[in-house]
Design a protein around this ligand. Structure first.
Ligand SMILES: [Zn+2]
Ligand SMILES: [Zn+2]
Length: 251
């Protein structure tokens, strides 16, 4: 280690200690004391308590699969994805929308803890490495302009910037929609139908695109976005979300 990094590390330790004493900042998830405030608003314990969705997963929607289904099958799909072919070819998330991951997404979206997006994006890039490999661009799911103005940022765009792909804001939301989480699953597709359009004159022909959002519930929003991109000439649309509302594997 050279001298400068050592000095920087020492200064960071001093800053952490000073901030911890002076401000006594609390973790945005567990409200416990934050030992390393300079490392962000969520404590190490909360980050490490995130339970990742581990293989075997359905390659199409990202749901966990019961292990017996995938013996010797390279790319496996859940019964629902085998029945119905959607616009999105592959999906992945860091983990289920639950526990610390849910709290972190909430802090990012509703509590202005914008710096959380970077670490979420890095975790997501690792979870979805095979899906991001070979893709051309990341496309954030857009907020309605009114909501974007009120929040000051689009959390999906912030996450997208940490995936290691060029970010192309290829979509815009042309209709304000109710939050998908407020609606029963049966109404979510109708809620987002016609809600998205291509953003101006972006050229997407032949591109393999990765849609990015914070949470996927039924996948209806992602699906609506993917259809717009495919209709505009995209070659393939994949999707990554920080968290996913997981359907339990059925046997
Ligand atoms: Zn915590
Ligand atoms: Zn599936």
């Amino acid at each position: 280690m050279g001298k400068a990094p050592a000095v920087r590390a020492a200064l960071t330790r001093i800053a952490d200690a000073a901030l911890a004493v002076l401000l006594a900042p609390a973790c945005a998830c567990c409200a416990g004391p934050l030992d390393e405030p300079t490392a962000g608003p969520v404590c190490r314990g909360c980050w490490s308590s995130i339970v990742p969705i581990t293989p075997p997963v359905c390659d199409t929607c990202g749901d966990p699969l019961p292990s017996w289904r995938v013996i010797s099958v390279e790319r496996s799909r859940c019964p629902r994805c085998r029945r119905r072919r959607g616009a999105v070819t592959r999906s992945r998330a860091i983990g289920a929308y639950d526990g610390a991951l849910r709290d972190i997404v909430h802090a990012l979206k509703y509590d202005g803890r914008r710096q959380l997006a970077q670490r979420l994006g890095a975790r997501l890039a690792a979870s979805a490495a095979d899906l991001i490999a070979g893709a051309d661009v990341a496309v954030p799911v857009p907020l309605h302009p009114a909501r974007r103005r009120a929040r000051g940022y689009n959390q999906a765009a912030d996450i997208a910037r940490s995936l290691g792909l060029p970010v192309l804001p290829a979509l815009r939301r042309i209709r304000a929609t109710r939050s998908q989480t407020d609606l029963p699953a049966s109404r979510r597709h109708a809620n987002v139908r016609g809600a998205f359009a291509l953003a101006g004159r972006v050229e997407v022909t032949g591109l393999t695109m990765v849609l990015v959002d914070d949470v996927s519930t039924t996948g209806a929003t992602i699906e609506a976005c993917a259809r717009v991109l495919l209709a505009a000439g995209a070659r393939e649309v994949r999707a990554v979300t920080a968290a996913r509302v997981v359907s339990r594997p059925r046997r």
